[in-house]
Design a protein around this ligand. Structure first.
Ligand SMILES: Nc1nc2c(ncn2[C@@H]2O[C@H](COP(=O)(O)OP(=O)(O)OP(=O)(O)O)[C@@H](O)[C@H]2O)c(=O)[nH]1
Ligand SMILES: [Mg+2]
Length: 300
């Protein structure tokens, strides 16, 4: 029987699930990949499958993809055919994880995947959270042209209306939700598709989630495919030419003409590192410089 073309809608360690007619069927990965501990398929991939052997036979070209480096594990392709990556974060003890935001936003932007930052659980915010959100939203929107939204999974109408303003490119139907465990990724997707996906309460002491979603999965929503992913702790952007990925710092910093300088405090004569080390204001630009240094000094 000839190969059948379909799309990967869920992944696990041993294989993938793909729709065939009205059913979603499991397909094994060829054993060479399992032996090499390589994982060739990602959410959203178009693949060919052998229906009689229940096996993947080929992977079609990806118009785009999002990859994530992982400690002591092979780099993972999170998804392909992506129109948007939604980076989700929430307040923990009235604070936002600025370092994680910078790591994720930088990493995703470096891969030229369009992204937005969604700060979740808006129904729980008090005036302190609203005001911090305003400050952060203004900065990231102006400096990085990043769309920042405050959202609540308990208010489905407001999330539907976000999607109504977008135009779906049929070649890039995937909208992938990324972020730490417990921020409400599955709850947002449930609110959109109108079906309950399993969720769990966050730990009341640490504010951390319980890694409820363990397998990446796509859910159809209008013309889109919404990608629910397991929670992540961090993201590792590429260190090459990293300073230029922080245009807000570039525009605020003095010139540096030192040879092979990375503008971190490791280069004590660097005018840029001197400028930020002596910068007394505890503002978002300082926090962004700290994120920049953290990414370079903890690349993996
Ligand atoms: N008040 C409120 N609670 C929410 C909201 N979104 C999610 N929650 C709660 O936060 C907890 C975690 O939500 P999930 O949707 O499971 O979070 P997740 O990001 O999918 O977590 P992982 O699957 O572990 O990565 C659950 O108890 C949800 O009910 C929201 O908008 N408002
Ligand atoms: Mg989840």
């Amino acid at each position: 029987m000839s190969d059948f073309q379909t799309r990967v809608v869920a992944t696990s360690a041993k294989g993938v699930w793909c729709p065939v007619n009205d059913e979603v069927i499991f397909f094994h990965l060829p054993s060479k990949y399992l032996q090499q501990r390589q994982y060739p398929c990602a959410l959203g991939d178009l693949v060919t499958v052998d229906l009689t052997q229940s096996c993947i036979t080929g992977l079609l070209g990806r118009p785009n993809q999002l990859t994530r480096k992982r400690r002591e594990k092979a780099t993972q392709t999170v998804a392909s055919h992506i129109s948007k990556a939604i980076i989700c974060v929430s307040f923990v003890k009235k604070k936002l994880p600025l370092l994680l935001i910078d790591r994720m936003v930088t990493g995703v932007m470096q891969q030229k995947v369009p992204c937005e930052l969604w700060v979740t659980k808006r129904d729980t915010w008090k005036s302190a959270e609203e005001s911090l959100f305003e400050t952060i939203s203004e900065y990231y929107t102006q400096e990085l042209s990043l769309q920042v939204r405050g959202v609540s999974g308990l208010k489905p109408d407001s999330i539907h209306s976000i999607f109504e303003c977008w135009k779906c490119d049929p070649k890039l139907p995937v909208v992938v939700f990324l972020g730490p465990s417990g921020v409400g990724k599955s709850t947002l997707i449930s609110a959109l598709i109108g079906n309950a996906i399993e969720v769990n309460s966050v730990n009341p002491k640490t504010g951390k989630g319980r890694h409820t979603t363990s397998q990446p999965q796509l859910y159809p929503y209008n013309d889109y495919l919404l990608g629910d992913c397991p929670g992540i702790k961090t993201w590792f952007p590429e260190p090459d030419d990293l300073f230029n990925c922080f245009p807000d710092l570039v525009s605020r910093s003095p010139e540096c003409d030192l040879d092979r300088c990375d503008h971190t405090p490791n280069f004590s004569r660097c005018p840029i590192s001197m400028y930020w080390t002596n910068h007394s204001e505890n503002d978002l630009a300082s926090s962004r410089y700290k994120s920049y240094v953290d990414i370079l000094t903890n690349p993996f």
